[in-house]
Design a protein around this ligand. Structure first.
Ligand SMILES: CC(=O)N[C@H]1[C@@H](OP(=O)(O)OP(=O)(O)OC[C@H]2O[C@@H](n3ccc(=O)[nH]c3=O)[C@H](O)[C@@H]2O)O[C@H](CO)[C@@H](O)[C@@H]1O
Length: 370
């Protein structure tokens, strides 16, 4: 069937961590799905993760010279006003050259100047907030943009009510259907179907407390007969690799970053994870029983709020970061042994999935253009 959409020119801006980048990629893929001739340009922050992950996903990206304002007084802060001015000027030029029909902001440093410049020119714009607690960039931009697509209820405290649309977080297509991928997944990670698999993910940057707790409990997990896919982030990778060397026959697999998250979810019987908003949205779609260890190092403790939205529905188990060193391994072993609890959690978390988020967001975007 021919597409009823003309080709659109869209800029998507933001990044910093996977939690901002992958929803942006999912939105881009959806625009291409409804209108394959569309042109999409990403705008990120120089030196940040999006500058490599976005081209890997097949899209062009340009980088702005911008960073966040640190809460402490640092040398970096002194250059902050200069960075804002420089990135605003660069954003105006990018918009003038690319001539977008609309712009999308996904949060993170780069979306500030780009959306500010776009809205000043009256270009239709939409932001997507992944968390149950709004980031500062999005809060400031909300006054200027046309629509704010959110993933949690009660976001009126942060954004003008008439602009809010509850869509959920857009998740990469390959994670939407993992049920058929288990065999391929076990093969991919060199694991066996005879053992249960625990997936440990620290979020796109890795999580120190989770890493230390798993390192301390590795012997226990292996002795109990579980295999492990363990994503450490860069910081703990070398140490974890050394530990892994003692357990290769028992199926302990260490990665700093996993590119095939679809296969990681497909292989997993249970998951231990930070409570980043995208990880949570993906876990809902994958319908995996999980233990969430919210990062305490994020604005307004928003990961705990993300996690509680599930815990209150008995859709996930919470282990607080301060308690992880004592409780995480015990909780993991308990859940791994309790198939009824796994089933209950899996059924409940599945109810919270929003598989149409990307399509709903792009619908809103198209309405703004029209
Ligand atoms: C420390 C920090 O600031 N964390 C924030 C960041 O988290 P972070 O970037 O960790 O984000 P999320 O947990 O939301 O998402 C991680 C994303 O990276 C992907 N992934 C992860 C690990 C890996 O090895 N491979 C891989 O592809 C996941 O599949 C997911 O798509 O953005 C989220 C969304 O705004 C916030 O909720 C988090 O609080």
């Amino acid at each position: 069937m021919p597409s009823s959409h003309r080709p659109y020119r869209i800029i998507i801006s933001g990044g910093g961590t996977g939690g901002h980048i992958y929803p942006a990629v999912a939105i881009a893929n959806q625009i291409k799905a409804i209108s394959p001739e569309s042109e999409i340009l990403f705008v990120g922050a120089k030196g940040r993760m999006e500058m490599t992950r976005v081209p890997e996903a097949g899209y062009k990206i340009v980088g702005l010279w911008i960073s966040g304002l640190q809460r402490r007084l640092t040398i970096d802060n002194l250059s902050f006003p200069l960075k804002v001015l420089s990135s605003l000027r660069a954003s105006h030029k990018i918009i003038k050259d690319f001539k977008p029909d609309a712009v999308v902001g996904v949060g993170g440093y780069a979306s500030g100047p780009l959306l500010y410049a776009a809205t000043a020119k009256g270009i239709p714009s939409l932001i997507q907030e992944q968390n149950s607690y709004a980031g500062i960039t999005n809060k400031l931009l909300a006054k200027k943009v046309g629509k704010v697509c959110v993933a949690y209820e009660n976001m009126e405290k942060f954004f003008p009510a008439e602009k809010i649309v509850l869509t959920g977080n857009p998740v990469r297509q390959d994670i939407l259907d993992i049920t058929e991928k288990r065999r391929e997944a076990l093969l991919h990670f060199g694991l066996t179907s005879e053992k249960k698999t625990i997936l440990v993910i620290g979020g796109s940057l890795g999580a120190r407390t989770i890493n230390h707790s798993i390192a301390d409990g590795l012997e226990q997990l292996a002795a109990a007969g579980y295999q492990l896919i363990w994503q450490t982030g860069k910081g703990f990778y070398t140490e974890a690799k050394e530990l892994e060397a003692n357990y290769t026959d028992q199926g302990i697999r260490v990665f700093d970053f996993i590119k095939r998250m679809d296969l990681a979810y497909a292989a997993a019987d249970i998951v231990v994870s930070r409570a980043g908003a995208l990880s949570i949205s993906e876990l809902c779609l994958a319908a995996k029983p999980c233990i969430l260890v919210p990062s305490p190092n994020v604005a307004e403790d928003h990961q705990t709020k993300n996690a509680m939205a599930l815990v209150q529905q008995h859709a996930a188990i919470l282990v607080r970061d301060v308690e992880a060193s004592q409780k995480l391994i015990t909780a993991t072993l308990q859940l791994a042994q309790d198939e009824q609890e796994q089933k209950r959690l899996s059924e409940n978390i599945k109810k919270m999935a929003r598989p149409n988020a990307a399509a709903d967001i792009v619908d809103e975007l198209v309405k703004l253009i029209k």
